[in-house]
Design a protein around this ligand. Sequence first.
Ligand code: CUA
Length: 155
Amino acid sequence: MHLHRLERIWLTFGVAILAIFLATVTTAALVDGFVPPSHVQSIDPAKVSVTPPFDKPGLHKLANGSYEAYYVAHIFAFDPHHLVVPLGAHVTFYVTSLDVVHGFSIPETGVNTMVTPGWVSTVSHTFRTRGTYLLVCNEYCGIEHQTMADTIEVR
Ligand code: CUA
């Protein structure tokens, strides 16, 4: 097969770039232990319902006065539903997924993370304003993705 010289140069260039990208990603994953941001804790997605504290999703108060909220995302809902949070609470959210990649976003708070099965995503926020906040999935997760939303009430 005859390849034009310029075509051969372009093909070589393209393959070389692909090889460099693959080597970079592989090195980052294997040598540097690189994982997606904030995903530092792993969990068996098939055993979420029997793995404490995800077996009882919801808000937990800590001894120091701050809160932890454990959330399970699945098609097409969040568990717990309608979380109630005291005004001024500093809440650390721990979120995992039972099935596919979901999003966990509370608009106007800076809370926004991807939720991946097998991993626990962590994000914190201090709720200084009373009201009902929207919680939405912002990763396309299937046919009813647009219905995957819930509320967090701060009072
Ligand atoms: Cu879950 Cu979109």
